[in-house]
Design a binder for this molecule. Sequence first.
Ligand SMILES: C[S@@+](CC[C@H](N)C(=O)[O-])C[C@H]1O[C@@H](n2cnc3c(N)ncnc32)[C@H](O)[C@@H]1O
Length: 264
Amino acid sequence: MRRMPLDSLRRAVRVAPLAPDLVGRAVLGRVARRIAGKSIDTASAPGIGNRAALDTDPRDTLGALLPNVPIDELDTFEREYEAIDKELAERAATRTLPMPPLWRTARETGLVLYTLVRALQPAVVVETGTANGWSSVIFLRALAKNGGDGTLHSFDVRSDVGGLIDPEERERWQLHLLSGGSLQEFDAELDQIGPIGLFFHDSDHSYLHMRLELRLAGKRLATGGALTSDDVSLSHAYIEACEESGLQPRLLVDGYKASGFAVR
Ligand SMILES: C[S@@+](CC[C@H](N)C(=O)[O-])C[C@H]1O[C@@H](n2cnc3c(N)ncnc32)[C@H](O)[C@@H]1O
């Protein structure tokens, strides 16, 4: 049997005081994957497609999550988003950016995120994984269009993030840099931020990190808030976090991966 990589072990030890239940599960998962070629959750529990509704069209996702929003309002939000998506593509093509273009939030996922912020009007949006700031611009533009004093809190481990965000968009933006990606630090920062109207995970997608990040955000979710995540098909982390918080997620297949959305 090959040994577990040292950084996974270090991560498990660091996270242990915050969530001993998850560490045990993650370590067992790694061992099972080494022995059987399958992670413990995919080997022993129903797949994510059996535990959540699967959509291939973002309009289906939005219709299910926002049943009380009239269709013409959803159409208006979609038109607003199309213009921002186009603008972002132009910015990306004309700027020198440090992170790979592939890291950007997919178009369909972006539409759902934008519409949720427009429809739910959260005062606080939190995202983890900022990179060049594609998702950040989507959130910032939706908050600006809402017209209140809504704020976006973006977390990352790198300081060279946000190259796509224009100066005037930064007024309602707060960047939080985590040394070494520590979840203890993330937990403490969330204490300062208050109830979260929308949370979006797009940082470290390893099971343990994603699972705990979503737990820490899920327990601070405001009434009517949304727990959302990119890359939900990599493990059961998102599904488990929703089940733990009593949320019923929709999963959206967007080309080559899937994102998840749930509204309290
Ligand atoms: C897929 S990219 C995010 C893409 C971004 N949402 C967008 O739409 O452009 C992942 C980002 O997560 C950051 N990251 C990695 N580990 C992290 C951690 N533990 N905490 C916070 N951010 C992390 C990386 O530095 C990178 O910027």
